[in-house]
Design a protein around this ligand. Sequence first.
Ligand code: SAM
Length: 245
Amino acid sequence: PGCLYLVGTPIGNLEDISMRALRILKEADMIAAEDTRNTKKLCNYFDIETPLMSYHEHNLAVGGEKLLALLHEGKTIALVSDAGLPCISDPGADIVEKAIAQNFPVVPIPGPNAALSALIASGLTPQPFYFYGFLNRGKKERRQQLELLKKRQETILLYEAPHRLKDTLKDMEAILGSRRIVLARELTKKFEEFLRGTLAEAVEWSQTEEVRGEFCIVLEGNSDVEEENQEEAYWYTMSIIEHVD
Ligand code: SAM
């Protein structure tokens, strides 16, 4: 019977692939990949000869139909993204929803994930945490999103592209004010690095350094408030106004 496996793959270090992931990738009838060229390299490295097809942001509908047809034929599909877990700021959620709606088993094959790896080594409170993924690329939208994040008390996890990090950090400092931040750079790779400090320090760092590599952002939650109630909401509003002033 058809089955959809969601297979976690390395976020840099190929040794992080699991034995089970390798077996599923070998045994599957088809590997659906975000970028077949990337996944081909992974397959070559591990001597995996399973056929590949592409399933990415821009072919969710057509790719999804093809995957469903394969499931109906009784095929097993291993869905992978370029790095880490499918569906986490990567394609996958769409086909998962459709496969479940048609009663196909959906099986997670756990593997590396950038956000959680950053979180556990950040030194900030690991739970509760709030995973946000990428902020919007537009400045206005990004600032609106940060205004919403401002009141969250959980540790916040974000992804960001290196060429946007500098601007994002500036917006964060302007909107979130003073709090601790950890930048996890190049996780599992040769030049893995953790930058820990305050938002102001992070902004300063990003001005002087050339920002290169892959980054996860771990942000301390809002520690000013105990709980969400009417009074607190009022207080938040005041503090935002005070901040703007
Ligand atoms: N699905 C992936 C996962 O499970 O972590 C996330 C994919 S998302 C499109 C890519 C973003 O994840 C990058 O822009 C970066 O923020 C973060 N990322 C991926 N690999 C990383 C690494 N080795 N070190 C730090 N951040 C990484």
